[in-house]
Design a protein around this ligand. Sequence first.
Ligand code: ADP
Ligand code: MG
Ligand code: MG
Length: 189
Amino acid sequence: MAAVAAAVEREAGRLTELDAAIGDADHGANLKRGFAAVAATLAEEPPATPGAVLVTAGRELISTVGGASGPLYGTLLRRAGKALGDAGEVTRDELADALEAGVAAVGQLGGAVPGDKTMLDALTPAVAGLRESFAAAARAAEEGALATVPLRARKGRASYLGERSVGHQDPGATSSALLFAALAEVTAG
Ligand code: ADP
Ligand code: MG
Ligand code: MG
């Protein structure tokens, strides 16, 4: 989570630029605020288990991010954290199972499916890649984010633009790729 917060802080300008093209130019600021709060809360009161870390992070995102991405990322992490239960250690495969449940919950909450030009276009292939390695997950997320460029948005603010959303990379898919890049960075790959 600290690595994610640092990556979001570093890339906030780029995320907001992407959101300026097909949204309301706040995605970088939204996530910067959210993950800074996550990092601060986790540092103050370090949870005892990986599951509790994700549940706490998710709750913090939901309460600090006003935009659509707050409840969506919050749900992803909270649901994944619940799936991990109170295990003291978690394998990559267990994390993939948990994130798969989290991604399904994001789909349920937002009503989007892969191909709608949302964060799901990066999250879905990332979780599949996580079955192989952390590096494969990061690669798949990055490819998924790039693949949103030619898509027409069918969910979220960008969908109001219709055809004019074509030709721009989705901000949420881009931040999801950052998240998995940070995960690959802090693990053995
Ligand atoms: P807002 O659109 O409320 O300003 P953000 O700018 O923080 O919120 O986040 C926008 C991102 O949220 C989009 O780029 C997209 O990836 C994601 N998003 C929006 N709506 C949905 C949805 N219904 N399902 C999945 N992801 C969504
Ligand atoms: Mg926005
Ligand atoms: Mg907004």
